[in-house]
Design a protein around this ligand. Structure first.
Ligand SMILES: NC(=O)c1ccc[n+]([C@@H]2O[C@H](COP(=O)([O-])OP(=O)(O)OC[C@H]3O[C@@H](n4cnc5c(N)ncnc54)[C@H](O)[C@@H]3O)[C@@H](O)[C@H]2O)c1
Length: 256
């Protein structure tokens, strides 16, 4: 039998689904596979742009403004998804602070900045998972995909510390939720040419050249190049995959 990558009838929330980001590509990929998609971002205008484009393609999407660090805001996001589409089957924990925090040395952080980095990148992802799990359980199962980073292997920044925590969140939730038919996996991209990725690594900069040389394929990635793995994790084809971290980075990080 051929593997089934269809998401017909499923409802997905993508956090960080904003114009110009990886979440935009994720939202389109999930919608293209048949899911109704909630495009959730702290940038309401950017999320609306993505949802409008999906609706314009004849698929179903809803834009929601959310601050994933705020529990009430996360609960409202899930309530909006449930009101509109009846529940939640898929959560993509993609929203994070990256460009805003990645260059600051850990020793230069103030306590408030440190707390905000963890509140968004770690607590936010946990909070979203906690908020959707009851709906997934009631619907007989679900899929959670967290977004880590090559920058977690090894962590060499506060950003990297938050992303290795996402790996721990993935394995922990996979263990706790597996009995409910909910799988939890993680994508760890290398440098991806989203708007933020391009801004961090300008094309002809020595930093970009160094990163490209370190990748086995000598290339940075495009947002679309993450979407095949996303669909595998979210669809019936990936039903027996859980607790896994997939480095998608052209061979930047390689593990036995
Ligand atoms: N671009 C890369 O090279 C790269 C590499 C590895 C991992 N990543 C990860 O991929 C994800 C997307 O990255 P991107 O390149 O699209 O960057 P991005 O900055 O465009 O995406 C992050 C999104 O999260 C949103 N966001 C930030 N704080 C939020 C909050 N409190 N509540 C809700 N939304 C919030 C932002 O508005 C933004 O749309 C992030 O988790 C990032 O860490 C990116």
């Amino acid at each position: 039998m051929n593997p089934d990558f269809s998401l017909d009838g499923k409802v997905a929330i993508v956090t960080g689904a904003c114009k110009g980001g990886i979440g935009e590509a994720y939202a389109h990929a999930l919608a293209g596979a048949g899911a109704a998609v909630v495009c959730a971002d702290i940038n309401a205008e950017g999320a609306t742009f993505v949802a409008d484009a999906i609706n314009g393609d004849g698929r179903a999407a809803l834009a929601v403004r959310v601050d994933i660090a705020d529990e009430t805001s996360v609960e409202s996001m899930v309530a909006a998804a449930t009101d509109r589409f009846g529940g939640v089957d898929i959560l993509i924990n993609n929203a994070a602070l990256m460009a805003q925090i990645v260059m600051t040395p850990a020793m230069a952080y103030g306590r408030a900045e440190w707390d905000r980095a963890f509140a968004v990148n770690v607590t936010g992802a946990w909070q979203c998972a906690k908020a959707v799990a009851p709906s997934m359980q009631a619907r007989g199962g679900g899929r959670i995909v967290n977004q880590a980073s090559a920058g977690a292997f090894p962590a060499e920044s506060v950003y990297g510390i938050t992303k290795i925590a996402i790996v721990g969140l993935t394995t922990t939730l996979a263990r706790e939720l597996g009995g409910y038919g909910i799988t939890v996996n993680c994508i760890a991209p290398g440098i991806v040419a989203s708007d933020a990725g391009r801004m961090l690594t300008p094309e002809d900069s020595p930093y970009r050249q160094m990163l490209e040389m370190r990748a086995a394929t000598r290339a940075v990635g495009q947002p679309d190049e993450l979407c095949g793995a996303l669909l595998m994790f979210c669809s019936p084809a990936g039903a027996w995959i859980t607790g896994q971290v997939l480095n998608i980075d052209g061979g930047f990080v390689m593990r036995p």
